[in-house]
Design a protein around this ligand. Structure first.
Ligand SMILES: [Zn+2]
Length: 111
């Protein structure tokens, strides 16, 4: 990976991190505890609980991805960065640009 590619990747990670932080903020709002039955109708409460569990799942996924992106950011200058942790081959740049948090190549990811 050359200097310019690394810079592109860094910008991409920063942009993704910012948008993830935004969605985490709004997901935190929608995964707040659902008020008791007497506050809203029964069906609405069921819907709210469903929506809450979907938000919680997305929130967890977003937090995991954010942690991985942060790790990718700290590893960016590591000479090992961009190498597959399983087969130690260079991960194609296209894949890293698409998924900066990835640590395995397509072949190993499919395995
Ligand atoms: Zn691999």
């Amino acid at each position: 990976m050359n200097k310019e590619e690394k810079m592109q990747l860094r910008n991409k990670i920063i942009a993704e991190t910012e948008s993830l932080e935004e969605s985490i903020k709004s997901l935190e709002e929608t995964s707040k505890p659902v008020p008791p039955d007497n506050a809203i109708g029964r069906l609405t409460r069921m819907e709210a609980i469903n929506a809450k569990s979907i938000s919680e799942a997305s929130l967890n996924a977003a937090r995991t991805k954010l942690a991985k992106l942060n790790r990718a950011m700290t590893r960016l200058d590591d000479p090992e960065f961009g190498m597959c942790v399983l087969c130690e081959e260079q991960i194609p740049l296209g894949r890293i640009m698409l998924l900066p948090e990835t640590t395995v190549c397509v072949r190993c990811a499919d395995r």
